[in-house]
Structure formats: structure tokens, C-alpha cells
Design a protein around this ligand. Structure first.
Ligand code: PEP
Ligand code: MG
Length: 591
């Protein structure tokens, strides 16, 4: 098999070596996990039972047809029954379960996708359109399967013999919700060891969730899902953004050696877990965790996080069924927020209010605006849906009775948005008080600084807010006019652009001057190559995925603030990109 190399955008570090597992878009809509050998026949039976039930349902439809029903109706039921009996539907997916160990839903959509693409090539229009009948039949079966009990992934028994195969997911695209589902469904004994996609940007939310999984990932590879074949051997170099397909033995060995060295280096870092994050000259730095779900808290504590700097609450709202509108109610949200607060054992938990829209749509099936990143996103959406917002605020406030909670508001740009938000928080408090429900009256409210206008109009914010958190992911997107999820402009997404650096430095300085805590919770905070630069700008609070925390801490421990600050001032005055990049590298190599 010919070896070839693809270059993309590195999004999650490290090296993975495994077999390719191609995921089609349809397969992403259903649960997908591997079934252990001993459960394969049970899974086969589950699919057979579902098919039989759909058969019975069709028969019942037939017998219940009113006498005067149009003849097409009976014919339509016949066609569906015939399709269901065809071995392509009733047998081929069973083979997929037996050979590839896919769960029933995944096996079925894999087969349907295969059939659909065959149908697309048929010239006869009538026959080509039968594709929709097949899809409808499959949907009937899926509906039954999804209602059947064992729809969750089993955990793989421990031990070498049963170790799950190491799979690298290859897909055209993966939505943030699907990526999160990988983490949830795949559980502790992960069978997926890397991700490769055709599209996506470095700081898309899909990439961010991939980083939180802490396994290598490369996006924006353009043609990966077309060129890589099922079961091909693949190496992901998550640092370089390189994917090597069918590597030679020599290349494989080189990467295995690099992989072993990386694992060793990571193990060394673990020693820093309990070491306080203090610079060489004795300045204490606060290291916080970015989380998606409360279950991330133990991992955050384990990595030595001093609290949660960003709880992306929208992940509680996403991937909840086809219309996406089954939003969690107040009690469900409260339980989740409380879980995070309790898990952090008295450390602060910064809960960001719902940041939906753009690449995190609440309802993926809904028509999206032409420029969703500039549309009804985050706080704009919440203020347009006051009931939904109030429900979330009440839930967050209720959780504040169980530990230190801070409320963080995304995408603010206008004074009236801040005022309306604060008024709604007061309204939520008043309601709770009237109901005799406990909450912490001293809950701090802060703003994400992620729209350039906000960074350029800070007095408006510092007057009204109690803390600031810089969202560099969006700040860069909006400042440089680069869609953060579009791989075609990813090369223009440059955190070291002088405009970006100066705006960040200005925000930190202005916030501090006003006596406010200022954090960075965008991806820049978790990049150890930028730690010293941010320290030099005066940043004292970093929030990042727990997996990045120890590497950043190591940088902090080796940093001499006085030397860094002088050099950073020079970097901020520089205008030439090459000069800036070289100076940042020098900063990095400073003793
Ligand atoms: C950011 O924009 O930097 C940020 C932290 O928020 P998100 O990535 O969720 O948009
Ligand atoms: Mg943002």
C-alpha cells in the first residue's frame, strides 16, 4: 500500500499510531461504539429484533388501512416491507456488526450510506429516488433501536486480550457535540486514540473538545476522508499537524520512538502536580481549568487546577435530540452546576452563561444565518430569549449556595447588554429571595472580552463588572476577520499579530488598573509557547484545559518576571511579524 502524507492544522498534541476508522456524516448522528467480542451476537440479535418489530409495525399498518385508503398507501407499505426483507438491509448490517464490531445503529447507517452512494450513481431517476425509501426504512429501524435498552456503549474488560483496538477517527467533519459524545460514550477505556478531519480550524469548538480529550488531532486536511481508507495504518503527529498514511516500517519506528519520548516527558511533568505555580521571583500565578461538563472537574483537580475559569455551559444544552430544543430545565441545570461546584471543593467555579450560535448551534437542523459568527450568538441570543436566560441564571445562583460561583457573560459589546444582563441577574435573585431559595448574594459577575469593540471600550466594562476574562479565540477571529472554523483561512489566524498582542496587553493593563482580576481563557492561555509572553503582559490568571496545565506551570516555574517584562514591552512595540515571532521564541528560550 502506498504511503502518503497529509498536512493540516495541529489541534491536539502528541503522537498516535493506529488504524483508520472512517466515519460518515450519517454515522455521526447515531451512537457509535465498538462491541466486545462476547457481546457481538447479542448486538446482532438487537438489530434483528428491531427489524422484526418494524416488520410487525408495517403489517399492522396494512391491516388497519381503511377500505377507502388510496392504493398508493398500500403500495408504499409494500415497498417498505420489501426493502426491509432485502438482504442488503436485513443481513449486510449484521455482517458489519460481526466483522467490525460496530454497534447496531452504526452498522445500519454504515450500510445505508454505502447503499445511498450506489443509488446516487443510478441514471434512472425513478430508481435513484428509491434511496429515500431505503433511508426512511432505516429510520424506522433506528427509531426502534434507539428506544431499545442497551443503547449505551459497554465498557471493555481490562486485560491485554480484550484491549480495544486503537482507532483513529477519520471524518469529513465532526461537530462539537459529536466530539463530546465521543468522550462520553467511549468512556475511560478509550478505543479512539486520535482524530483527523477534512475541515475545521485550530480554535473551532470541535478542536477545543478534541484537546480536552487529550488525544492527538489534526483538522483541515481537506481530503483525508477521501484518501484514507478503512483500516489503513495512520500516524498522527498532533504537534506538526501531519498525518502519515500507511507508513514504512522505518517511519513507524521513528514515530514509535518519538511517542515513547513524549510519554516519558509527560510523566516527568506529573511531578509538578502539587507544586505551587510561582515564578522564579516569587509571584504567584493562578492556574484554572476550562471544562465542558461537571464530570471534567475531577480531572481538573487532578491536574492541580485552582478552580474553574471557564465552564462552557452550552455543552449541557447541545446534542439533545434531533430538534435540539429540549433544553435542560432549571432543576437539571442546577444539579449540573452544583455537581461542578461541589466537585471543586471550595475552589471558584466560573460558569459562563449559554454561548450558543456560530459553530455551537442549539438546533443544528435550523436554518443558520449567512454569517452566524456575527449573528444571534451568546448573550445576544440569551437576551432575545429572556425566559431561557432567567432559567439559567436562577440555576447558577442556586448552585452558588454550595460553593464559590462566578458568572461570566460571553460576547458583550454594548453598555445596554451589560445593563440588561445585570438587571436580569437581579431579577433572578429577587425571585429566589421571594421563594426563600438560598444563593450567594456576593456572586461576582464578569465579562468575556472577546469582541474588539469591548477591548477598545473597557471603561464601560470595568465600571459595571467585577472581573474580566479575555476570550482570545473569538477576539482573534473578530479582530483579524478570520472565521476560526474555516481551514482555508487558518493560516491567517495569528495570535502573534501585533494588533492582537497590543489589544490583549491593553485589556490586561486596563483591567488591573481598575482593580479587577483579568484572566485569559482562550486557547492562548494553554499554549506553553505563549506563557512567558502573557506573563510579560502582566497576566496572572490563566484558564485552560487541564491537559495543558502542567506544561504551562513548568514555564511559569522557570520564568523570571523582570526579564520577561522588559522583553515583552519590546515585542509589543515591534511591527514586523518575523521580528515578533523571533522575539517570542527568544523569550521562550530565556534561561
Ligand atoms: C474564546 O472565545 O476565547 C473563548 C474562550 O470562548 P469560546 O472558545 O467558547 O468561544
Ligand atoms: Mg468565545
Amino acid at each position: 500500500m502506498a504511503s502518503f502524507t497529509l498536512h493540516g492544522i495541529p489541534v491536539s498534541r502528541g503522537i498516535s499510531i493506529g488504524r483508520a476508522h472512517l466515519l460518515t456524516p450519517a454515522a455521526l448522528d447515531v451512537k457509535h461504539y465498538l462491541v466486545p467480542e462476547e457481546q457481538v451476537e447479542a448486538e446482532v440479535a438487537r438489530l434483528q429484533d428491531a427489524i422484526a418489530e418494524v416488520h410487525r409495525g408495517l403489517q399492522a399498518l396494512w391491516t388497519e388501512l381503511p377500505k377507502d385508503a388510496p392504493t398508493e398507501l398500500g403500495a408504499f407499505i409494500d415497498v417498505h416491507a420489501l426493502i426491509l426483507s432485502d438482504p442488503m438491509i436485513s443481513e449486510a448490517p449484521l455482517d458489519i456488526i460481526r466483522t467490525r464490531h460496530y454497534n447496531a445503529e452504526w452498522a445500519l447507517v454504515t450500510q445505508i450510506d454505502e447503499l445511498s452512494s450506489q443509488f446516487d450513481e443510478i441514471e434512472d431517476e425513478y430508481l435513484r429516488e428509491r434511496k429515500h425509501d431505503i433511508q426512511q426504512v432505516a429510520e424506522r429501524v433506528l427509531k426502534v433501536l434507539m428506544g431499545s435498552a442497551s443503547a449505551m456503549p459497554p465498557s471493555f474488560p481490562a486485560g491485554e486480550d480484550h484491549a480495544p483496538p486503537s482507532m483513529i477517527v477519520v471524518a469529513h467533519d465532526i461537530s462539537p457535540a459529536d466530539m463530546l459524545a465521543f468522550r462520553d460514550r467511549d468512556g475511560e477505556n478509550r478505543s479512539f486514540i486520535g482524530f483527523v478531519t477534512d475541515v475545521g480550524g485550530q480554535n473551532s469548538h470541535t478542536a477545543i473538545v478534541a484537546r480536552s480529550l487529550d488525544i492527538p488531532a489534526v483538522v483541515g486536511l481537506s481530503q483525508a476522508s477521501r484518501l484514507i481508507e478503512q483500516d489503513d495504518w495512520v500516524i498522527i503527529d498532533g504537534d506538526a499537524g501531519v498525518v502519515i498514511c500507511n507508513p514504512s516500517q522505518l517511519v513507524l519506528e521513528q514515530y514509535r520512538a518519538r511517542q515513547a519520548a513524549l510519554i516519558k516527558a509527560r510523566k516527568r511533568l506529573l511531578k509538578l502536580k502539587k507544586t505551587p505555580a510561582v515564578t522564579k521571583d516569587g509571584t504567584a500565578i493562578t492556574l484554572l481549568a476550562n471544562i465542558e461538563l461537571p464530570d471534567d472537574c475531577p480531572g481538573a483537580l487532578e491536574a492541580g487546577a485552582m478552580g474553574v475559569g471557564l465552564f462552557r455551559s452550552e455543552f449541557l444544552f447541545m446534542g439533545r435530540g434531533p430538534n435540539g430544543l429540549k433544553v435542560p430545565g432549571e432543576d437539571e441545570q442546577f444539579e449540573q452546576y452544583r455537581k461542578a461546584v461541589v466537585a471543586m471543593k471550595g475552589r471558584p467555579v466560573t460558569i459562563r452563561t449559554l454561548d450558543v450560535g456560530a459553530d455551537k448551534p442549539l438546533d443544528p437542523t435550523e436554518h443558520t444565518a449567512l454569517n452566524p459568527a456575527l449573528g444571534l450568538r451568546a448573550i445576544r441570543y440569551c437576551l432575545a430569549e429572556p425566559q431561557l436566560f432567567l432559567t439559567q441564571l436562577r440555576a447558577i445562583l442556586r448552585a452558588s449556595a454550595y460553593g464559590k460561583v462566578r458568572i461570566l457573560i460571553p460576547m458583550l459589546a454594548h453598555a445596554f447588554e451589560i445593563d440588561q444582563t445585570l438587571a436580569m441577574i437581579e431579577q433572578a435573585k429577587a425571585q429566589l429571595r421571594a421563594e426563600g431559595v438560598k444563593y450567594d448574594p456576593g456572586v461576582e459577575v464578569g465579562a468575556m472580552i472577546e469582541i474588539p469593540a469591548a477591548a477598545l471600550a473597557l471603561p464601560m466594562f470595568v465600571k459595571r463588572m467585577q472581573f474580566l476574562s479575555i476570550g482570545t479565540n473569538d477576539l482573534i477571529q473578530y479582530l483579524l476577520a478570520i472565521d476560526r472554523v474555516d481551514y482555508e483561512v487558518a493560516h491567517l489566524y495569528n495570535p502573534l499579530h501585533p494588533a492582537v498582542l497590543n489589544l490583549i496587553a491593553h485589556t490586561i493593563a486596563t483591567g488591573h488598573k481598575a482593580g479587577l482580576d483579568v484572566a485569559v481563557c482562550g486557547e492562548m492561555a494553554g499554549d506553553p509557547k505563549l506563557t512567558r509572553l502573557l506573563l510579560g503582559m502582566g497576566l496572572r490568571e490563566f484558564s485552560m484545559h487541564p491537559a495543558q496545565l502542567l506544561a504551562v506551570k513548568q514555564e511559569i516555574l522557570n520564568s523570571d518576571l523582570a526579564a520577561i517584562t522588559t522583553r515583552t514591552r519590546r515585542i509589543l512595540r515591534a511591527v514586523e511579524p518575523d521580528e515578533i515571532a523571533a522575539a517570542v521564541e527568544q523569550l521562550q528560550n530565556l534561561g
